[in-house]
Design a protein around this ligand. Structure first.
Ligand code: HEC
Length: 138
């Protein structure tokens, strides 16, 4: 091989590598849709940890359990969207004693006789909103 031929070969090789790299890194619509989905999922996860960590900070977990599974002192917090709208739930957290004529609450009253769900009207409503959003996903 002459020097010129070697250079030609080197260039061809480089060209091929760049071509392949271009193919590999190019996103088609499928992968873009997938990364969108992944972003949404991680956003949702962030919201959930946000709500739960707020509940940890506020002390809800002391009574309701570290994973809100319920304890001897308070009921599990799950499936709440069946009973609460977002607004109503926020109102409840701010003033629980004005709710509670439901059968469910009558049962709670006898089951958790010595414990009262505290009112959280001193907590920023925005944070109560985040907590409510989180609870309504469970
Ligand atoms: C001192 C213990 C205690 C703490 C702290 C506490 N709760 Fe409760 N919670 C209760 C009890 C007891 C009930 C049952 C209702 C009743 O007896 O009035 C209840 C009920 C609830 C309900 C209604 C459940 C249903 O089935 O609809 C929600 C929602 C709730 N708590 C959310 C929270 C959140 C959010 C926090 C923190 C911001 C919190 N609780 C902190 C004791 C507690």
């Amino acid at each position: 091989m002459t020097n010129a031929q070697k250079w030609m070969a080197a260039f061809l090789g480089l060209f091929l590598i760049l071509l392949i790299l271009g193919r590999v890194t190019k996103k088609d619509d499928g992968t873009e849709a997938m990364s969108m989905q992944m972003m949404q999922q991680s956003q949702q996860a962030a919201q959930e940890t946000d709500g739960l960590s707020l509940m940890r900070q506020t002390g809800c977990v002391t009574c309701h359990g570290s994973n809100l599974q319920g304890t001897k002192m308070a009921p599990a917090l799950a499936g709440l969207k069946e009973y609460w709208s977002r607004d109503k739930l926020i109102n409840y957290l701010r003033n629980p004693s004005s709710f509670g004529s439901d059968e469910r609450f009558v049962e709670y009253k006898s089951k958790f006789k010595n414990v009262v769900m505290p009112s959280y009207n001193n907590v920023d409503v925005k944070n109560l909103g985040k907590i409510a959003d989180y609870l309504l996903t469970k």
